[in-house]
Design a binder for this molecule. Structure first.
Ligand SMILES: [Fe+2]
Ligand SMILES: [Fe+2]
Length: 272
């Protein structure tokens, strides 16, 4: 039975996140047999945006595709990466049509007999700082534009609200089963315990969590966030550095039946 094994990791936060991702990517390839690795890198540069150096390090560590969420334009160095056709970095598909960057990344087949994999990210519209268009319509548009019949897609919903994220997962399970292997949530940096297969075909999790320091508040230093929230004074939120972990999922997709067989959460401790 030909199986495609995909790994997806959540938002890389700063240098602890980059180290954690490198550790996690090695484990999923060597121990879980992952053939494709996708990661959200929106917080890779000191917690906000993606630099060219960070991009190179994350690619060397084993990422086939990098996605960016609401922090997509925080670091100007990401713009050339977003606009270079052969750099596998994509922006949210539901921004303004003129927004710089690719709306999807095509990952070539990892081996003969395997299909190409598409990575697509959309932003939620509820309680998000960046204005965005309809994520459901953007997903439909991008999936309909995929030319290969055998291609497999991973759809990422980068959003705050669990309801919106689960709605996107159900939308894909109802309308795009056979095409979409998994719908994975990101942005909250906190893994949820609801990984499951929807409609016997699409893997789903409301949030995969982050690659970053566990002893933190969403990757930032606890003291800084407490100071900001208890005083409401302007505060620099530094990236924390203790207890780096790589959080994500492994999805196994049966290429004959075109169904996801399993979605397994990952929460891997990395060396400090
Ligand atoms: Fe993030
Ligand atoms: Fe985000």
């Amino acid at each position: 039975m030909p199986i495609l094994t995909l790994a997806f990791f959540g938002d890389i936060v700063g240098s602890p996140g980059r180290r954690a991702f490198a550790h996690g990517a090695q484990i999923v390839r060597e121990k879980h047999g992952a053939q494709v690795v996708i990661v959200n890198a929106e917080n890779a540069k000191h917690g906000s945006g993606l630099s060219h150096e960070g991009y190179n390090a994350i690619r060397r560590a084993g990422a086939d595709a990098l996605t960016l969420g609401d922090h997509v334009y925080r670091e100007r160095e990401a713009l050339p990466l977003l606009e270079t056709p052969d750099a596998p970095v994509c922006r949210p598909a539901n921004l303004a049509l003129g927004a710089p960057g690719k709306r999807a990344v095509r990952i070539p087949p990892a081996a003969p007999g395997l299909p190409p994999v598409y990575a697509i990210i959309v932003l939620g519209r509820l309680h998000m700082p960046m204005p965005a268009d309809d994520p459901f319509a953007a997903i439909d548009r991008e999936l309909a534009a995929i030319p290969e019949n055998d291609a497999v897609a991973v759809v990422e919903i980068h959003a705050e609200f669990t309801s919106e994220k689960q709605a996107v997962a159900w939308h894909c399970a109802r309308n795009w089963h056979g095409r979409v292997a998994a719908v994975v949530g990101t942005h909250t940096h906190t893994q949820t315990s609801d990984a499951r297969i929807l409609e016997h075909s699409v893997g789903a999790i409301t949030d995969v969590g982050m690659c970053g320091p566990r002893r933190s508040i969403l990757g930032r230093r606890v003291d800084d966030v407490l100071r900001m929230m208890t005083t409401q004074a302007p505060t620099v939120l530094d990236v924390a550095d203790e207890e780096p972990r790589a959080c994500g999922v492994i999805v196994r997709f049966d290429l004959n039946s075109r169904r996801a067989l399993s979605i397994e959460p990952l929460d891997l401790a990395a060396p400090s």
